[in-house]
Ligand binder design. Structure first.
Ligand SMILES: [Zn+2]
Length: 431
């Protein structure tokens, strides 16, 4: 595809951390997760041999419940990708009277039920102990079961969106998402794109990736970061691929989310970081104590998300020392002791390539202590970026608008907001 030239001259600011996706991605990905799980191809540590049919049925129902919960967590997102980005631009323009670009971070939720890569793991061994014969696969039954599951998800999203002023539009879009998801059969085919080497593309992942890529090709002022989960087959090829991630796009850096279950000190993640250092690719890693899923969320009723500490910035020290260009997103929120934030600030003052962003700070009462504690060196002021976490911020805080979010930053950082939304972001991206 020929790439339209990015219109960047008129861009006077950036949202350095947002998410542009919608429910279609989630429904497509959920279908493929469910399918691979039933046919015994989803990486799992569970043992299924010698279970009775009744037991297996129960396990399956539990799994479906988990899937619904998972999608529900992220499901306020309905509008098209482009409309979401226009929304960001319009709201920022209302607040700041400037045109903004953005760094949308791609997500990859596929392996959320898979075994983790722990600190000591040197590889990811997929335990497919579910086995091909765990469930009998019948396509008609599967489609019926999935349709029920998707209907439940969409019904929940509708009930949440009911009070929105444009609910009738949203309802129409949701119905369309549902029809498309039910008709979608991409999950059946293993797709490895010749263009991307051996990268395994699950259907939601590919959809999400293609939508962002298309916007870049159309010349939109966005700089997407590619979601990297070391458990995805072919991911190392993808990071080395200059046609996929480079300073010319379509993806401009690597997005990590260790609290989905991969430890930054494990060998696979260290290898990923080494490639990024060698290629001088910027990395954005989720560095909040909560996030998706929330820190007290669990699938097993324990009340704690198992991999909360995987996001700890201290695990990145070896890579930071080697010169990794990295944004520790969210400055270690939300933590009353500011431990993670202190680590990040220490890195910023000591290492040239360390950045952070203040995304998802929807309350001024969360920003004020940060200013008091940390806003005191030139280095800090030139490495911390403005970000919104749109539209995850809208699940976190139902009342604040994007426009107000921008205004809060102007009020609290009157002398530095321009740097935070422009110079610092350009320096991080090297553009
Ligand atoms: Zn985020």
């Amino acid at each position: 595809m020929k790439q339209a030239k990015k219109q960047t001259n008129s861009i006077k600011g950036f949202d350095a951390h947002c998410h542009i996706f919608n429910l279609r991605y989630l429904l497509k990905e959920a279908k493929e997760i469910f399918f691979t799980w039933i046919i015994g191809d989803y990486p799992t540590a569970e043992k299924f041999a010698f279970k009775s049919d009744a037991e297996k049925q129960k396990i399956k129902e539990d799994f479906k419940t988990k899937l619904i919960h998972l999608v529900e967590l992220l499901s306020a997102t309905v509008r098209s990708e482009k409309r979401n980005f226009r929304f960001i631009q319009n709201q920022a323009n209302e607040a700041w009277k400037i045109k903004v670009g953005a760094i949308p971070l791609m997500m990859d939720i596929f392996y959320i039920f898979a075994p983790p890569i722990t600190e000591d793991d040197t590889d990811f061994f997929q335990t497919k102990s579910l086995g091909a014969n765990a469930f009998e696969f019948n396509e008609d039954d599967f489609e019926k079961e999935y349709a029920e599951l998707a209907k439940k998800i969409v019904a929940k999203v509708k009930s949440k969106a009911q009070k929105q002023h444009d609910f009738s539009d949203i309802e129409k879009e949701l119905d369309q998402h549902l029809i498309e998801a039910v008709e979608d059969s991409e999950y059946k085919y293993t797709t490895k794109s010749a263009e991307y080497g051996n990268l395994h593309l699950s259907s939601g992942f590919r959809f999400h990736m293609d939508r962002l890529r298309k916007m870049v090709h159309q010349g939109e002022p966005i700089y997407p970061f590619f979601a990297v989960d070391p458990r995805r087959e072919g991911i190392f090829d993808a990071i080395k691929n200059k046609n996929l991630i480079s300073e010319n796009g379509p993806f401009y850096g690597v997005k990590l989310y260790p609290r989905l279950g991969y430890h930054p000190l494990s060998k696979p993640v260290q290898d990923i970081l080494d490639i990024c250092i060698e290629r001088d690719l910027p990395v954005i890693t989720h560095c909040g104590m909560s996030g998706f899923p929330p820190k007290d969320f669990s699938f097993d009723g324990s009340g704690t998300w198992k991999y909360n500490d995987y996001g700890n910035p201290k695990h990145f020290l070896p890579a930071v020392k080697k010169g990794l260009r990295i944004d520790f997103a969210h400055l270690g929120s939300v933590d009353p002791s500011y431990k993670w934030a202190e680590t990040i600030i220490e890195y910023i003052n000591k290492y040239e390539n360390v950045y952070s962003d203040l995304s998802c700070y929807t309350k001024t009462s969360e920003l004020k202590p940060i200013i008091k504690k940390f806003w005191n060196t030139d280095k800090v002021k030139s490495r911390i970026m403005f970000g919104s976490d749109f539209d995850v911020m809208y699940f976190t805080d139902k009342k604040i608008t994007y426009e107000q979010y921008c205004r809060n930053f102007t009020d609290l950082f009157p002398n530095d907001i321009k740097k935070m939304r422009y110079d610092n972001v350009k320096a991080f991206l090297k553009i």
